[in-house]
Design a protein around this ligand. Structure first.
Ligand code: GLC
Length: 476
């Protein structure tokens, strides 16, 4: 099967969040399956173009229309021996190569409409006729719509899949965007229009052969206004399925992770104790083994539940615990958490940083991992935490609900501690249950942590589900 994946980020080339992790692992895992050929198409951002360590080769270029514009499209390819997975980059200095931003510019709508259209043109140029065109999030949404509008006769058999990693970001633009930038055939005006404006994610949802999202529970939640950021009606009336993400278990491996000084596995846990001690030293916490370290590595954004954390923080620090927080984000949270650390030296440590190596050391050295998200399409941190033997305390929403079954003290089953309704009291209650187990049943706690490490969170199963989805679509 020939599969083309289109996305705005993929580690290790460019990553700002979970999408980058998914696009690092999923294409490769799909390419491993017999008979598959996968291409991944990304924008050639400035950082990649200038001074990157990746070796790229230029394959060609052409001019493409974007409404009245004549835009340059350059195609680069990563030099690699992997023939079944090819990574291509779309080069355009005006949109990507000449500025430092990945997202957040005034013309993001135009930039990613250009990218989506250019990615399809590149596939055509490369003579790669996809059986499945798999586009991720709003930045690649227009590739689904353009493929229906412009490539139907060239690729009549091609099926399209659109995956929503986060419905909060939809690619809105005003109504003039249709003529001024998209320049689609007139019949697509209603496809693109939502509430009197243009909405690229909506366009992809109604045009794709299948819409998927990154957990089963989030797929159900997306049918409700509370979660869907206005797209619930549209999502209810289109085909939608949920496939839970995996993590790259070779990248996230406590036995080999280069960011760690001490390594460990489910059958040899001593290294984890050493990692805890090292984390206390690195973060300036008191050196002690009797208090559990509670940790968060996160964007400091409201929907990640930082407001709940701030709300319970005074009661939390009265307990026999230590708290480590790593992340950047909204100023009021940066301020509140920095203050908490200042008032509780040796007990609370906060680093306002995006630092993947430090993140690894936190996952490895902590005992409990907090994720009180208001909504969470999938969430990867809880999976990484479990892989590193750190027991999660999570809100039972989206992918957190699908991956962290509540611990049952009677049967000993489950993977962590959960709470159902989004409020500080219930969050605190879940933390208290976890901390109590840590203190009162250390043997049971260690067994839980070991079981979490042994769970299979690799991409093997999810990739199989995507393959079944592709096969079903192609059989229709
Ligand atoms: C987004 C979501 C996150 C998910 C990730 C990868 O960042 O917020 O929950 O894990 O995408 O799909």
């Amino acid at each position: 099967m020939k599969i083309a994946m289109i996305a705005s980020e993929a580690a290790p080339y460019v990553k700002t969040g979970g999408l980058g992790d998914v696009m690092q692992a999923l294409p490769g895992e799909i390419a491993k399956q017999k008979g598959n050929e996968v291409v991944l198409i990304l924008p050639l951002y400035k950082k990649l173009k200038e001074g990157s360590t990746f070796e790229l080769e230029e394959l060609g270029n052409f001019t493409m229309d974007l409404a009245w514009r004549k835009s340059y499209v350059g195609i680069y390819r990563l030099k690699s021996r992997k023939k079944k997975l090819r990574v291509y980059f779309i080069d355009n200095n005006y949109y990507f190569g000449g500025r430092n931003t990945v997202y957040g510019d005034f013309d993001d709508g135009e930039r990613f409409a250009y990218f989506s259209k250019a990615a399809l043109a590149a596939l055509y140029y490369l003579d790669f006729k996809p059986d499945v065109l798999h586009c991720h999030d709003w930045q690649a949404a227009m590739a689904v719509v353009y493929s229906k509008a412009l490539y139907r006769s060239l690729w009549p058999e091609t099926k399209t899949v659109f995956t929503i990693h986060n419905v909060e970001y939809q690619g809105w633009a005003d109504a003039s965007f249709f003529d001024n930038t998209l320049a689609l055939p007139e019949e697509f005006r209603s496809t693109m229009t939502f509430d009197g404006a243009m909405n690229m994610m909506k366009g992809a949802i109604v045009s794709a052969d299948m819409v998927s999202t990154v957990s089963r529970t989030y797929a159900q939640e997306l049918c409700y206004p509370y979660y869907a950021h206005r797209l619930d009606d549209i999502l209810r009336s289109n085909r939608l399925c949920g496939i839970v993400n995996g993590i790259d278990t070779t990248v996230y491996d406590p036995e080999t992770d280069p960011a760690l000084k001490h390594h460990f596995s489910a059958s040899a846990m001593d290294g984890k104790k050493a990692c805890k001690l090292a984390l206390q030293q690195e973060m300036g916490l008191d050196i002690r083994s009797d208090a559990p370290i509670l940790a968060m590595v996160t964007r400091l954004a409201g929907h990640k539940g930082i407001d709940l954390l701030c709300y319970i923080s005074q009661r939390l620090v009265e307990k026999n615990i230590q708290l480590v927080i790593v992340g950047t984000g909204e100023k009021q949270y940066e301020y509140a958490l920095s203050l908490l650390a200042k008032e509780n030296p040796g007990k609370v440590a906060v680093r306002l940083a995006f630092d993947p190596a430090l993140a690894s050391r936190v996952y490895a050295g902590a005992d409990l991992y907090l994720m009180p998200s208001k909504s969470e399409p999938c969430g990867l941190s809880q999976l990484i935490a479990m892989r590193y033997g750190t027991v999660p305390v999570v809100a039972a929403t989206g992918g957190l609900k699908d991956t962290v079954a509540p611990y049952n003290p009677e049967s000993g089953e489950g993977r962590g501690f959960t709470f159902c309704s989004y409020n500080g009291e219930d969050f605190l209650d879940a933390v208290e249950r976890a901390v109590e187990m840590y203190h009162k049943d250390p043997e049971g706690f260690r067994a839980l942590s070991r079981r979490d490490m042994e769970a299979d969170f690799s991409w093997r199963l999810p990739a199989g589900e995507y393959m079944r989805l592709y096969e079903e679509l192609l059989a229709e």
